[in-house]
Design a protein around this ligand. Structure first.
Ligand code: NAI
Length: 716
């Protein structure tokens, strides 16, 4: 077994330790070599089982087992249904043979066991886990548009009961710490270190010669019952409705497939249940949504976090002392992000009292962690001690990174940046969190314009995982690389865009919300607009979003663009002006498209201002929201504001709520029915009917259509 991914070691007690250790990779995955190796191992165990008293399955990698082989799963299309079914059936049958061997099998889980990794462990009779916060257990397949097809659905519903398995593991793909997994009953024992881990697993197999899975034990009752148990049967009809509510109507196929597989699997015997699970798995794997989600949320995200858009020359840089200018909503959030990873922060505002207000916001966030038992008081004290509030720029001495987040005003930003430049280290990075002001212009206010870069965070900073880095005309590769490293240091994902009005995210977000306003002017009912967005997979409707960002913001941006010579007037603008004229500026004023007090409801006056009509079909409304963003993004690529498909996809999903099920805003174009050509034809139809903003730009016609995809066109 020279190229085996599973090492076999037996000892004098008759315990066989199987060590998962793929020689071709730093992590174990369910690749062909694994399937071959597992076949050999199970054959050998069956043949020699008289000499085997027990089996321990562990791993030599940092993680226990990384799961399915996404590189091959993403390739699977409708034509390969039979092959995928055969493969997944084989994987399952091997694990089934392991659990019915007639000897006790224990998993010694030394690192993360997610997806396929947990499925292997679930086929063992006993699970011991290393008690380390880095270890996570779960079945996150749903987050990539898949379901656990290696027996994960069948075994967890039998082990934990239908409701618990669905809610605590399957439908949201939660990743559990060892302690939580123990509490849930997913694993049986924790171990303090690696030696104890294998020792405990060995001891267990020796002490339990008659071990069998619960579901193979006579008289076993699934916790909570099966669908024919009256108490469960009476609640089952609510499951799909609750799921739809939770997904806000977004058309994700995986959660529904998981629900069906889980319920159906409990109505049949274990072996038939595996077949049911396998069929649902195949439908998902060979469908378009899982391809989109794996592409974006795995491959594109990994490419970005792996440095695809970082200049490769400059050495890695970690911030050690950061000066944050402006202790408002954003500045406080940014200070929190740095202090969280152990970096000293000087939080500067107009006065120490003003800066203290920003620190108080961080205290609130940290306090919540403590009260929820997620952070010790000692850690919280140390966390907060790292943030020094001040009103004096001289305290920025020694800072190697400056992040500016004062009011959106060029003159003010010039002043605070140059003040900081003088006080901080002579080569400190000078970053601005501006959401709209050109970086090239901001760099004119300092002595070292090459060190100025845009570092655009999203609100609320402690929750939003994305940062948009903006390269000004004079920004150096060193500055960009440092900015990239600093964003990775705080655990966020940096996309890189070129300096231009609205950069990428704000510009494309603007097209979404204005389209929502335009639909209102054309007579679509407000709730239909919101529903069109939710059912297309957006996390919120455009009118709600407008109320949240305030209606005056797009107007201000529009006015500034007009001053700079822009001429187009979007039909949504008149809608915003009409509301603002009545003092309805958004949620912060308590009234916009919605009345927000005492609870959110559509303002009745809207229908008088914009009488309803059925001129726009619902599906057109949905596609208009998606297309308008995709077309604008294609323009960003054409204008070289964006240079990477990965940055576009991830930026759109993680920054501005583009539906993940389409894999991001450019993947939406590539995956559209008929490919890019199909997208272009539909965009032309929308343009003819609703306006030139939908007209596909030349880059799609001249480069993407011939290349077969935007991805290929940009790569070429
Ligand atoms: P904010 O109004 O909450 O905070 C601005 C802070 O800057 C205030 O605390 C103010 O006292 C302080 N400040 C004013 N002059 C100062 C000076 N001379 N020295 C030090 N501090 C001074 O504003 P917010 O929302 O935090 O925005 C800050 C920046 O972040 C703006 O450029 C904004 O465009 C940008 N931004 C805002 C986002 C948002 O969702 N609010 C999202 C992304 C970027």
């Amino acid at each position: 077994m020279s190229d085996s991914t599973i090492r076999w070691e037996s000892d004098a007690d008759g315990v066989v330790v199987l060590t998962l250790d793929d020689p071709s990779s730093s992590a174990n995955t369910m690749n062909d070599a694994y399937v071959r190796s597992m076949a050999e191992v199970v054959d050998r165990l069956e043949a020699g089982k008289e000499q085997v008293r027990g089996v321990v399955v562990t791993s030599a990698k940092k993680t226990f087992f990384a799961g399915g082989n996404l590189g091959s799963l993403i390739q699977a299309g409708p034509e390969s249904k039979d092959d995928v079914l055969a493969q997944v059936t084989l994987v399952k049958s091997q694990l089934r043979r392991l659990e019915t061997l007639g000897v006790p099998v224990a998993a010694a889980i030394n690192g993360a066991a997610l997806g396929g990794g947990l499925e292997i462990a679930l086929a063992c009779h006993h699970r011991v886990v290393l008690d380390d916060p880095k270890v996570k257990l779960g079945l996150p397949e749903v987050t990539l548009g898949l379901l656990p097809g290696g027996g994960g659905v069948v075994r967890t519903v039998r082990l934990l009961g239908l409701t618990t398995a669905l809610l605590e593991l399957l439908l949201q793909g939660q990743q559990l710490r060892p302690e939580k997994a123990l509490k849930l009953g997913l694993v049986h024992e924790l171990a303090a270190d690696r030696d104890e881990l294998v020792a405990k697993a060995r001891a267990w197999v020796l002490a339990n010669p008659d071990a069998a899975q619960p579901w193979d034990t006579k008289g076993y009752k699934v916790p909570g019952g099966t669908p024919s148990t009256p108490s469960l049967a009476s609640t089952l009809p609510a499951f799909p409705a609750n799921l739809t509510k939770q997904l806000k109507g977004a058309p994700y196929p995986a959660p529904y497939a998981i629900l069906s597989a889980a319920v159906e699997s409990l109505q049949v015997d274990v072996d038939t249940a595996f077949t049911v699970e396998g069929r649902y798995f195949v439908d998902l794997v060979t469908g378009q949504i899982s391809t989109n989600m794996i592409q974006a949320l795995w491959f594109d995200l990994n490419a970005i976090n792996g440095g695809a858009s970082r200049p490769s020359g400059p050495e890695a840089h970690a911030a050690s002392k950061v000066g944050v200018l402006g202790a408002g909503m954003m500045g406080a959030g940014i200070a929190h992000s740095f202090a969280k990873v152990g970096v000293e922060v000087v939080l500067k505002d107009v006065s120490t009292e003003a800066a203290q207000k920003g620190k108080a916001h961080v205290e609130g966030l940290v306090g919540k962690q403590v009260s929820r038992g997620r952070m010790s008081q000692e850690k919280a004290d140390a966390f907060l001690a790292r943030i020094t509030p001040t009103g004096d720029a001289a305290d920025l001495a020694g800072c190697d990174v400056i992040v500016e987040a004062v009011f959106e005003d060029t003159a003010l930003k010039h002043r605070v940046l140059s003040e900081a430049e003088a006080a901080a280290l002579p080569d400190a990075l000078l970053a601005s969190n501006t959401s709209t002001l050109p970086i090239t212009g901001l760099a004119e206010g300092v002595q070292r314009p090459a060190d100025v870069v845009g570092m655009h965070f999203f609100s609320p900073v402690d929750k939003m995982p994305l940062v948009e880095l903006i390269v000004g005309e004079r920004t150096s590769d060193e500055a960009l690389a440092r900015a990239y490293d600093v964003v990775r240091q705080i655990g966020k994902t940096p996309i890189v865009v070129q300096d231009s009005r609205g950069f990428f995210t704000s510009r494309v977000f603007g097209t979404l919300v204005l389209e929502g306003a335009a639909l209102l002017a054309e007579g679509l009912a407000p709730m239909s607009i919101e529903r069109a967005a939710l059912q297309a997979g957006f996390p919120a409707g455009p009118l709600t979003l407008l109320d949240e960002v305030t209606l005056t913001l797009p107007l201000k941006i529009r006015d500034e663009a007009a001053k700079a010579g822009a001429t187009d007037d979007h039909p949504g603008i008149a809608v915003l002006r009409a509301l603002v004229e009545q003092g309805r500026t958004g949620k912060s004023a308590g009234k916009g498209f919605f009345d927000w007090q005492p609870e959110k409801r559509v303002w009745p006056g809207l229908t008088e201002l914009f009488p309803s009509s059925d001129a726009v079909p619902f599906t057109d409304a949905q596609e208009r929201l998606l297309f308008v963003m995709a077309v604008e993004t294609a323009r960003c690529v054409e204008e070289k504001v964006l240079n990477s498909v990965e940055d576009a996809n991830i930026g759109s999903i993680m920054g501005i709520g583009f539906p993940p099920l389409y894999g991001g805003v450019l993947q939406y174009v590539d995956q559209y029915a008929g490919g890019v050509a199909g997208f272009v034809a539909r965009a032309d139809e929308l343009a003819d009917r609703y306006g030139e903003r939908f007209r596909p730009p030349a880059i799609l016609l001249e480069r993407a259509v011939p290349a077969g995809s935007v991805r290929a066109a940009v790569a070429g």
